[in-house]
Design a protein around this ligand. Structure first.
Ligand code: 4AD
Ligand code: MG
Length: 473
């Protein structure tokens, strides 16, 4: 392998006019008589090579002419600026060495033609190599980095909870169960929340970031059985402060993605101005021109969306319900929303379509929310909780709440929900030894990636998706 001037495609601007060696794969090949146009990729990008028969040794031309796609190679050539090239450069190829030639009998299965999604998921280990999938994974990495960075730079301590747990956090029907020595059972965690409530009371402001598991039998475009969740938990924080925290957090993530990934977002096909509107750049109306907007009496109430244009709109459950009733009466949604029920996917889509920014819906009926949520002192049938709905119909990306801080109330909640009291004794201890108001939320990384990249299914947001009917590859 030539050792001189090894470069990556992403760094070619620093090598203009030089002869460099790239290490990668043959992504595509076009021939036009005595000219070859191979496209190389190396993980950092793609670049087109130019190979005139007359300008290169015969062996180089012949090797490339018949080369199969995705063969691995090193290629040496001179970097030439070309304003028409997507990367801004082309490579005048001088030499090529094949590391492994893909056999003619077994060509790379993913071609530039359209493939069905089942075929692509079955070949996910190879599909990842295509530019759009690589771009999504780069954006995912930045979303994860920015999410952790927001807490790391704001005084939070990362405290990772166990993945093997003795009890449920979010409802017992969704647990993956496994044997745990001597007839004991263990469950894969659904959320680190209960544990980070303990670390929050030790350290003040904490977060956790790791894989979580839900044995939900839901086959929707938003559900995975294994997904990554980042969860902050803060002592002495109440619901209003939690909403501010979620808003600052989302704003930081979107800002960071826009700073670093405009080219990737273009490859993915994201409508970038819609993303810019979230952080207040070139705000635009959320609804299509001519579409009916939300009624004036609701606009006035949505957390200052008119008075404070940079704030995410905040709606109580009751206000959101009223908005849906109004939409139904005007024929804008198909089914009425029943007061007391959770919002369905079409309800969430309608609500989010009324705003250019994520919408924070707070104070749901306690009856449809988790046992650990603090009741609203102004109306104890409501929980001090929040769901953040992403714009453009991407649905819930964040769920959180203020936590019950009274020992007696929490104990009766555990009993009402038929949860095993013994397993929760340690959790109740947190209300016995210096209980304080505290709050937190969880954001599913894949839901955030789906929204920020504009993908209609979460299966493309994670390297290897685990869903109800797929655990291969
Ligand atoms: O709303 P959830 O269930 O809330 C909790 O787990 C809380 N204990 C979090 C907390 O307060 N610390 O889940 C939180 C988020 C959802 O808003 C969604 O983004 C994501 O996790 N999520 C899923 N993502 C993909 N597939 C699934 N099956 C998901 N279930 C939840
Ligand atoms: Mg939720």
């Amino acid at each position: 392998m030539p050792s001189t001037n090894i470069a990556t495609i992403a760094s070619l601007a620093a090598h203009e006019g030089q002869t460099v060696t790239l290490r990668g794969w043959l992504y595509n090949l076009r021939a036009s008589g005595k000219l070859l146009f191979p496209i190389f990729r190396d993980g950092t990008g793609t670049i087109q090579g130019i190979v005139p028969k007359a300008a290169v040794p015969e062996a180089v031309f012949d090797t490339l002419k018949n080369l199969t796609l995705e063969s691995s190679l090193t290629v040496t050539g001179k970097v030439r600026a070309d304003s028409r090239a997507p990367s801004g450069f082309e490579l005048d190829v001088e030499d090529v060495h094949i590391l492994q030639r893909v056999p003619d009998e077994t060509p790379f299965p993913i071609t530039l033609k359209e493939h069905g999604v089942d075929f692509l998921m079955e070949h996910r280990h190879l599909w990842l190599r295509t530019p759009r999938q690589s771009a999504i994974l780069r954006v995912r990495a930045t979303i994860m980095r920015a999410a952790a960075e927001y807490f790391d730079t704001n005084g939070f301590i990362r405290t990772d909870p166990p993945i093997l747990t003795p009890n449920a956090c979010e409802g017992t029907s969704e647990l993956f169960e496994m044997d745990y020595f001597d007839d004991d059972k263990a469950y894969l965690t659904q959320s680190g929340q209960l544990y980070i409530e303990a670390t929050a009371l030790a350290l003040g402001k904490v977060y956790s970031f790791g894989p979580t598991f839900r044995a939900e039998k839901s086959k929707t475009r938003r559900h995975l059985t294994e997904f990554w969740m980042i969860e902050p938990e803060v002592a002495f924080l109440e619901l209003d402060g939690l909403l501010n925290l979620a808003e600052g957090f989302i704003t930081h993530i979107v800002t960071t993605v826009l700073q670093h990934h405009r080219a990737d977002l273009k490859v993915i096909g994201r409508d970038i101005p819609k993303l810019e509107a979230v952080i207040g750049i070139s705000p635009e109306p959320a609804t299509e021109p001519g579409a009916p907007s939300s009624p004036a009496h609701l606009q006035a109430k949505v957390g200052g969306s008119t008075a404070e244009p940079n704030r995410f709109p905040r709606l109580s459950y009751d206000e959101a319900h009223a908005m849906l009733e109004d939409a139904y009466s005007r024929g804008l949604i198909e089914n009425p929303h029943k007061y007391g029920d959770d919002f369905g996917s079409p309800d969430e889509t309608y609500i989010s379509s009324q705003f250019a920014k994520p919408v924070m819906i707070h104070r749901y009926p306690a009856a449809i929310k988790a046992f650990y949520m603090q009741p609203d002192p102004a109306d104890p049938t409501k929980a001090l909780c929040v769901d953040v709905l992403a714009p453009e119909g991407y649905g819930e990306i964040i769920g959180g709440s203020q936590r019950v801080d009274s020992y007696d109330l929490l104990k009766s909640r555990i009993e009402e929900h038929s949860l095993p009291l013994a397993a929760f004794q340690w959790y109740l201890d947190l209300r016995k030894y210096g209980s304080v108001p505290h709050s937190g939320f969880g954001m599913g990384i894949e839901r955030a990636v789906a929204w920020i990249c504009g993908l209609d299914h979460v299966r493309e947001t994670i390297p290897f998706a685990r869903t109800l009917n797929r655990i291969y590859p």
